[in-house]
Write a protein of this length. Structure first.
Ligand SMILES: [Zn+2]
Ligand SMILES: [Zn+2]
Length: 151
């Protein structure tokens, strides 16, 4: 037996409940690819039916450097809402949706926190995923450029 494959456990928060389901916990060795699959309505039965129902989702949290058995352990703990920052007690401003996982997202790990970033096609600055209008699928332009703030 080789070493167990290392990947990322991730938590998707549905932007509207699907029946009783509000979350999907998964694992992937290639998170960007996996998110693109989910966004296209593939990859898992639950995310398939959620996409078919027109419900979008937000990548709420990731656990880097995990194996599939870590995923099982996290799932078996139940209560995904307790692990979900978007379901926390802090009031949240509206989250962007949907995450359209185009290939130009860059995986960044800062202070142990995994996130996605991209280079703005207009100002060329590297910005975090939440600085982009994710509903805009054709061009990756940051909010600052879109608003005409950054020259
Ligand atoms: Zn949540
Ligand atoms: Zn920009």
């Amino acid at each position: 037996m080789g070493r167990p494959l290392i990947g990322t456990v991730y938590l998707l928060h549905f932007n509207a409940p699907f029946g009783h389901a509000r979350h999907y916990t998964g694992w992937s060795a290639d998170l960007s690819l996996r998110l693109a699959e989910h966004a296209a309505g593939r990859g898992a039965r639950l995310t398939e039916v959620v996409a078919a129902a027109g419900i979008t989702w937000t990548l709420a949290r990731t656990w880097p450097n995990k194996t599939r058995s870590d995923e099982r352990r996290i799932k078996n703990q139940g209560g995904a809402a307790r692990r979900c920052p978007l379901c926390g007690t802090r009031p949240r401003i509206a989250q962007p949706d949907p995450i359209i996982a185009l290939p130009q997202w860059i995986e960044v790990v800062e202070n142990g926190v995994y996130s996605l970033a991209a280079d703005c096609e207009s100002c060329r600055k590297r910005r975090g995923i939440f600085e982009f209008d994710l509903a805009q699928a054709e061009r990756r332009v940051c909010f600052a450029c879109q608003d005409g703030v950054a020259a």
